[in-house]
Design a protein around this ligand. Sequence first.
Ligand SMILES: [Fe+2]
Ligand SMILES: [Fe+2]
Length: 170
Amino acid sequence: MILSEETKKQLEDIYQSFLHDEKIIRMKKISMHRGSNCFIHSFKVAKLAIKRAIRHKRGDLFTILLGSILHDYYLYDWRVDKSKRRHHMGSHPYTAAKNAEKDFGIHEPVKKVIESHMWPVNVRNFPKSKEARIISNADKSIYLKEIVCSRRFKAKRQDKYYKQIALLFD
Ligand SMILES: [Fe+2]
Ligand SMILES: [Fe+2]
């Protein structure tokens, strides 16, 4: 898929507006695997999902961009709030979708991709659309990359991550 300069600019503008949005920046406080956090993770998923969608000429890029940035917008740290720990894996997609709807007024297709990103953990919620499958797969790829890193050099790695997510198209 060859993107027009106009579409590219529109996507980059949306990406940048989320990257600097105070509500989204709250995700930096939620730690994730080995130096990553929810904010870094979500933008990494967005970049990979968009790259794959363009390469394979699949899916609506705007739905993919919003869905991936917001797929883990659940806004609590289960490592701190122990009451959330038990059901986190299965329930966080629904919490994220609800928060995203409340804060950003997302439409149904975006809500659906967020809710189904944890398949097959949520075995009944298969990602039915192309967009949902691209996000669910990109999420798993990024997750795997994050967890195979060593525990050392966390701070250094975090700096590198922030540089990597600074632009959607670099
Ligand atoms: Fe998730
Ligand atoms: Fe995720």
